[in-house]
Design a protein around this ligand. Structure first.
Ligand code: F6P
Length: 378
């Protein structure tokens, strides 16, 4: 079957039914985004169907209505079960990391499922993998316009200052670090706390100052294992020096720094054999950071990005991502001064540059972290 297609100028005209999905790692605020898509679309007479379990559900055509017609007025309203979900963590639609969507055959089947279900627009909420999939799909399946909404705790998506979920994840990390600090101070201990983020050190970097950490270990600093061990040894020696009244050392390590938190603690411990009383512990926060009720900021960003996404589909937008950004280099402004819209290929290019260290944003982050390392350790 050839890829079905529609002419660009016909997009958005008479939009009747749109689909929304969440894919990849869940992020707090995804439900707030789904809820806002439903409310905005319903208010304009556009039906919304939810795709279960991300791109897997798209390939298998597993859809469920998220709007329903109100008997008395005929107006659309959110379907039962949606109400009250905006404040919950995770994703009510479920999510997967779908291997079949990497394959053109899988994407072709997804396109066929959407077309058969009479869906004339798709909103994909997720991180890098989700947006890369959305771009391929948008290029191939010309009959269904696609708009992405950035949601990932890693904050590693190009063109957007914030992705949905980052603020909540940071609050969780800070809360966990405060708790760890309470027990660390009681015992005069050093803690190495590992936080998620995949290849990005953003969460570790942003949490370090707010949690009053003594050091932060980021993949972007590009240190060898030996350099990492030596720097941690130095910080701990310095901190627990006789004459210092320091009761705890907190080191935040990003997941992307290849040595594990436990190995790092053990290796540093070996080097501190002249300080047998120094106790170093490792804690991996892991998925704790991905769960929980979304913060005000994440709900607010989710709502405004969702509004931008529905507007964009209604205006004929395609192969784009709505971004929490006041700069529009390569993108366009929307009616909301904090929301811009960018072509997905530009977003993906910028994402790669963020991760390989070539983007100015990453370079600035590294410089900033290098300049505060000495201050953190005081
Ligand atoms: O992308 C979000 C994220 O939580 C990363 O920080 C982490 O590396 C990854 O997902 C873990 O994924 P999973 O839950 O599939 O193991």
């Amino acid at each position: 079957m050839p890829w079905p297609t529609i002419r660009g100028e016909e997009r958005g005209v008479g939009l009747k039914t749109i689909a929304v999905l969440t894919s990849g790692g869940d992020a707090p605020g995804m439900n707030a985004a789904i809820w806002a898509v439903v409310k905005v679309a319903a208010s304009r007479g556009i039906n919304v169907v939810g795709v279960e379990r991300g791109y897997d559900g798209l390939v298998d055509g597993v859809f469920r209505p998220l709007t329903r017609a109100v008997m008395s007025s005929g107006n659309l309203a959110p379907a039962p079960g949606i109400d009250g979900m905006a404040g919950s963590g995770g994703t009510l639609l479920g999510t997967t990391r779908c291997r079949r969507f990497y394959d053109p055959q899988g994407r072709r089947e997804a396109c066929r499922q959407l077309t058969m279900a009479g869906i004339d627009g798709l909103i994909a909420i997720g991180g890098n993998g989700t947006l890369a999939g959305a771009h391929l799909f948008a290029e191939e399946c010309g009959s269904v316009p696609v708009i992405g909404i950035p949601a990932s705790i890693d904050n590693d998506i190009g063109c957007t200052a914030d992705a949905i979920g980052v603020d909540t994840a940071l609050n969780t990390i800070i809360d966990a670090c405060d708790r760890i600090s309470d027990t660390a101070r009681s015992h005069h201990r050093a803690f190495i706390v590992e936080v998620m983020g995949r290849r990005s050190g953003y969460l570790a970097m942003a949490a370090s100052v707010a949690a009053a950490a003594d050091a932060v270990l980021l993949p972007e600093l590009d240190r060898s294992e030996e350099e990492t061990i030596t720097s941690v040894e130095k910080i701990i020696r310095q901190s627990f020096d006789a004459g210092r009244d320091k009761r705890r050392v907190l080191i935040i390590k990003a997941e992307g720094v290849s040595i594990t938190a436990t190995d790092l603690a053990d290796r540093v411990h070996e080097r501190l054999s002249d300080h047998p009383d120094v106790d170093i512990r490792a804690t991996v926060l892991g998925h704790v950071v991905r769960g929980g009720r979304p913060s005000y900021h994440d709900r607010m960003v989710a709502g405004r990005l969702a509004l931008g996404a529905v507007n964009s589909l209604a205006e004929g937008g395609h192969d784009q991502m709505v971004a929490w950004s006041t700069t529009t280099d390569g993108g366009e402004r929307t009616d909301d001064p904090r929301v811009s819209i960018f072509p997905l290929d530009i977003v993906l290019e910028e994402t790669e540059a963020l991760l390989d260290g070539s983007s100015d944003i990453t370079k600035r982050r590294v410089l900033r972290m290098q300049s505060v390392q000495g201050v953190l350790a005081l």
